[in-house]
Write a protein that binds this ligand. Structure first.
Ligand code: 8ID
Ligand code: ZN
Length: 361
């Protein structure tokens, strides 16, 4: 970006990772159009991105394997951090100004006036626009966004460290808040070594919970146990009877909650069985077209609460980011250039990524 007398010059074209059709490979283009400041409507802004996390959701979008299809052609990505370089003319009362550092999350736009928005369910707004799914996201150098929806990023955290808090962090932070636990309760985290899961371990510890991390392989065991401070580890690829193992760890009682971020339906199967009476199953991971298979009898008999939790609203985002900026939750990430995105998808699909990959622009 060039700056002439304080006004950023916005290029006409940029680098972007584009999916022409779901199921096709990502194309890295260097002539993708940039929305120009005079094309921004009131309330819209343009953000020059520093970096973006890669979420498993971006892989679901690229594959088109969810029941609701994404818009194509599509620029994916919804964990971006950058700076505001332009704001639409006649925008009134913007909470951000040119030069501010902001985050782009999954909810790119919601009307803020409908019943769901007023209740804090901005992700369920009928007019919602989803970054990297129904509107172009963060796998590009410049993204168009909305001044009322971007997340302010405080000082004290780098853009790369903040990026994955905007989806992975917000999502697990909100799910844990709604899991009905009190300090010292046991929470089981299937998917603990992945992008969402490794942040769930840390937000759970921050909330005073005891954590049973479930995932596969030595690298993820080391991440969860040695680096993130989980209290117990279960390798789902080796342990035959996960229910007995959770019961053994919890002194025969079972866990108080499970926050499931596994990207496969396998992560859900035993949860109702290893929860103790009154426990809560938080469904977060979104395996393609899977059904939740739980015993109705034991769900009723044990007073189990089964709840879905879908990303978070602006307040959840601000809380999650502020906790990360305080240093109590850290994203464990590997930096890669944008052009590596296709390779990152391959690794995500194979469950090979411990923590997150953050792409630089
Ligand atoms: O708002 C939401 N609910 C939301 C927000 C963001 C992402 C939901 N998601 C969804 C994604 O679309 C994806 O389906 O959460 C899921 C996890 O996203 P992620 O954390 O970005 O994916 P990852 O980094 O690949 O981590 C998934 C982990 O699950 C493990 C894998 O080994 C990996 O570490 N895993 C699998 I696959 N099966 C497992 C099993 N049976 C398992 N861990 C334990 N038991
Ligand atoms: Zn995501």
């Amino acid at each position: 970006m060039c700056i002439v007398l304080g006004t950023p010059i916005i290029p006409k074209v940029q680098k972007a990772a584009v999916i022409a059709k779901t199921g096709e490979k990502v194309q890295i283009k260097d002539d993708h159009p940039v929305k120009q400041p005079d094309q921004l409507k009131p309330g819209e802004c343009l953000v020059r991105l520093h970096c973006t996390g890669v979420c498993h959701t971006d892989l679901h979008a690229a594959l088109g394997d969810w029941p609701i299809p994404p818009s194509v052609p599509l620029v994916g990505g919804h964990e971006g951090v950058g700076e505001v370089v332009a704001i639409g003319k006649n925008t009134m009362g913007s909470p951000v100004k040119v030069g501010d550092r902001v985050g782009i999350k999954w909810v790119a736009y919601s009307c803020l006036n409908c019943e769901q928005c007023r209740k804090g369910l901005e992700q369920n707004c009928a007019d919602v626009k989803l970054s990297g799914y129904t509107t172009d996201g963060t796998f590009q150098q410049y993204v168009q966004s909305w001044v009322n929806i971007v997340t302010p990023i405080p000082e004290g955290i780098s853009s790369e460290a903040a990026a994955s808090v905007l989806c992975a962090g917000v999502t697990v932070y909100r799910a844990l808040k709604r899991a009905g636990t009190v300090p010292n309760d046991w929470v089981v985290l299937p998917g603990a070594g992945g992008g969402l899961g490794h942040l769930a371990v840390q937000y759970a510890k921050f909330m005073g919970l005891r954590v049973i991390a479930i995932d596969g392989g030595e690298e993820k065991r080391r991440l969860c146990m040695d680096m993130l401070g989980a209290d117990a580890w279960i390798d789902f690829t080796e342990t035959k009877d996960i229910v007995s193992e959770v019961k053994r760890i919890t002194g025969g009682r079972g866990a108080n909650a499970a926050v499931i971020t596994a990207a496969s339906s396998g992560g859900y199967t035993q949860a109702v069985d290893y929860l103790r009476e009154g426990g809560t199953l938080m469904a977060v991971g979104l395996p393609a077209k899977a059904q939740l298979n739980a015993s109705i009898f034991f769900t009723v008999f044990k007073n189990i609460c089964i709840r879905g939790s879908y990303v978070g609203n602006r307040q959840d985002a601000i809380e999650a980011v502020n906790i990360a900026a305080s240093g109590r939750v850290k994203v464990h990430y590997t930096s890669k250039p944008l052009k590596e995105l296709e390779r990152v998808y391959e690794d995500l699909g194979k469950g090979k990524i411990a923590g997150r990959v953050v792409l630089t622009m």
